[in-house]
Design a protein around this ligand. Sequence first.
Ligand SMILES: Cc1cc2nc3c(=O)[nH]c(=O)nc-3n(C[C@H](O)[C@H](O)[C@H](O)COP(=O)(O)OP(=O)(O)OC[C@H]3O[C@@H](n4cnc5c(N)ncnc54)[C@H](O)[C@@H]3O)c2cc1C
Length: 377
Amino acid sequence: MPRRQTKRGAERTPLAGDYDVLVCGASFAGLAVARELAGSGARTLIVDRYEVGERQTSACAAPTEWLEAMGVGASMRQTFDTLVVHTPHTTVRFRLPWTFSTFDYRELCGLLYEQCDAEFETATVNGRSATTVQTDRGDISAPLVVDALGWKRVLSGSGYQPPSAPLSRGLEVHPFGASDELEIWIDRSYVPAGYSWRFPAADEVRVGVGSFDPRFHVKEPTVRLAEDLEHEAVRYQGNWIPHKLRAATADAIFFVGDSAGHCLPLTAEGIRTAFYFGIACGRELRRVVEGRAEPATALRRYREFSANHEWQFKWMLRVQKLVPRVPPRLLATALGQMERGGFVDWSFGHYLNIAHPSFAQAPAPAIGPRAELRAAA
Ligand SMILES: Cc1cc2nc3c(=O)[nH]c(=O)nc-3n(C[C@H](O)[C@H](O)[C@H](O)COP(=O)(O)OP(=O)(O)OC[C@H]3O[C@@H](n4cnc5c(N)ncnc54)[C@H](O)[C@@H]3O)c2cc1C
């Protein structure tokens, strides 16, 4: 559980110390990296501008198997075996081959942090010079530095600038309330390219709108959807969401989660991929701190591991671009046919395989045809 509130004023004493690994960002990606280093003997520091779990960054729905594999099942609030898809012309119910669960962000982050043996400090990261990271509490150096700071990719020279960058935008409200169904709307009256959602989580619902077009403002439709569903538009949470994979390393820095564009296009599912790539990164770092690999090898292996998924991200992006172009009546017919056939099992099975929960237990990743040769070298 979070141990203290974000340090303020005089409490923000200068940071100092020698660390083996510096993880910037204490959300899904950063905590997954640090968790993988537990017991390695590495002196790891995690920094974030907020306390662990203090600011929710998503609607917090993820495959149940992933949450169990990460040891955070206790944070789950509701589990769904069916996805309800509304369009203006139809409503279909996809019975899923695996389940989604919503969870409590603060609790999940706390449970992940409990599995780490890293130190944590609140600090705002402003930039870096080589592997020295500048924060509002001073400079911190470590030979291994991870940027898990989200889409801004603060530790890279080439940041994205919305709205011209390949980013979607998402906004949601969190009113108290209850519902039994995990629902999405593909309805252009809310968003021309994107989808809207209502994800229940026990005593609250998360109602929001995501636009694949970063120029489209989502506040008005978010409020309207909440009103249409008879919820109060309160407790806002929103952010930009990357929909394009980026190089997972640059110079000597490891980028994980949204900072590497690891959020999946089309669905904007970025939690399990942050876990997945976070684990992959953590395993490479662990090889270094245990003296089994050089930092340069870890950088190369991790970069290739991430890049090997590019074709899957590109496919998802193609579908993201296609769906808004399909005439609504045709979309309704297509969804109806998908509901009936074996399509749901097939497509959701492949979709889960992009970042499968079994990876959380798996040994070091195979990273492509040349992996074994390199490993032997
Ligand atoms: C409205 C909305 C709903 C979403 N719903 C879902 C969903 O239900 N399921 C799903 O799978 N995905 C969802 N996503 C996508 C998902 O939230 C992201 O892909 C995921 O949060 C990425 O995790 P991350 O750890 O890389 O980055 P983040 O979760 O964004 O974490 C970045 C961390 O870095 C910290 N930070 C940022 N800048 C600084 C700085 N300069 N100094 C110090 N600390 C800093 C932040 O405080 C934060 O803790 C949603 C996104 C949005 C916007």
